[in-house]
Design a protein around this ligand. Structure first.
Ligand SMILES: [Mg+2]
Length: 326
């Protein structure tokens, strides 16, 4: 792959944070209760109890992961687990999911990063919400897959969640490096990356392009991976399979616009801070920092610290690429 530019690394980390903050006020709502795309793009909406532009756990866990990588100058899974658990030690997590909380609490009592992940059966999106930026680190897919899988297992042992983490990292890798995005070949790369981890996720990713322009696409996505759908109307629950499909759907429907892809994702309803975080990062990996509207970027909480971290991450990616002779 091409080594990502500074603009792409900034776009991925800040784009994820902005998308997270755009969706946060509307987490759990049905699609028809969420404001128009124009309204979402105009300004951050009020997020009860927090300043406008506040991001949540999705960004916090992403930043903890990247902080570990820049401090260690490498991917050390045990240190990423420690950094993630530290967020819970300091009670600083905003809107955490159950599996991540269980995992962090287990780590804080055992110091064991290998067995902290929530058990099989808990297949939430707490992996996919934090892995996009990892897709920029890797030069080749062969090394990306097992390491992102191990990083995903920190919080979730269920193979669907692990596959979701890998799929989103691979999506960012493709978004930042592929010359053009063809839905069928894009989804095939993602499916191939996670097939050995979870074949159901792979099959559904491979089917997604056939539904893109079909009236049933949102039913397909919302009900994917469930024998008995939880809701009649389409809504994106925190289950990892619909989350990943909805994220990929958003970037494929709006391939040329950061704000178009993110507002589409947030307006799907359900776990929309996570959708905003993932799609904001993927679209940022594609279009770079300048594609993110300044009116939002300028009002993002903590944006200067994220920018500093992203700059360090960019330098670390380059140093790693030089070391390996690329
Ligand atoms: Mg969140």
């Amino acid at each position: 792959m091409n080594i990502p530019t500074k603009s792409v690394v900034l776009g991925t980390l800040l784009g994820g944070a902005v998308g997270d903050a755009m969706g946060a006020p509307f987490e759990g709502l049905w699609a028809d209760s969420i404001p128009s795309a124009d309204s979402l793009a105009a300004a951050f909406h009020e997020y009860h109890g927090y300043p406008n532009g506040q991001y949540t756990d999705d960004t916090q866990l992403t930043l903890a992961t990247i902080k570990s990588i820049v401090e260690q100058d490498d991917i050390i899974v045990a240190d990423i687990a420690r950094q993630i658990a530290e967020l819970w030690r300091h009670h600083s997590v905003i809107g955490p999911g159950g599996a991540c909380t269980q995992a962090a609490e287990r780590y804080l009592t055992t110091d064991d990063h290998r067995n902290m992940g929530a058990p099989v059966g808990q297949a939430g999106n707490g992996t996919a919400m934090r892995t996009a930026a990892l897709g920029l680190w890797f030069k080749n897919k062969e090394s990306l897959i097992p390491l992102v899988a191990d990083i995903s297992r920190i919080t979730h042992q269920d193979s669907r969640s692990v596959a979701g983490g890998v799929a989103i990292a691979m999506a960012a890798n493709q978004m930042s490096s592929a010359s053009d995005i063809n839905p069928h070949s894009f989804c095939r790369v993602l499916a191939d990356a996670c097939r050995d981890i979870n074949s159901e996720m792979a099959e559904l990713l491979q089917q997604l392009p056939d539904y893109l322009n079909d009236a049933s696409v949102l039913d397909f996505i919302a009900h994917a991976g469930q024998r008995i759908p939880e809701f009649d109307k389409p809504i994106i629950t925190p289950f990892v399979i619909p989350t990943v499909l909805a994220s990929i759907y958003s970037i494929l429907i709006c391939p040329d616009s950061w704000i178009g892809a993110v507002t589409l994702a947030v307006r799907l309803g359900g776990d929309v801070d996570t959708l905003g975080a993932i799609v904001g990062a993927l679209a940022g990996a594609r279009h770079g920092i300048d594609a993110i509207p300044k009116n939002l970027l300028n009002c993002l909480q903590d944006s200067s610290n994220i920018e500093v971290l992203a700059t360090r991450y960019h330098l670390a990616i380059h140093a790693q690429a030089e070391e390996s002779g690329e």
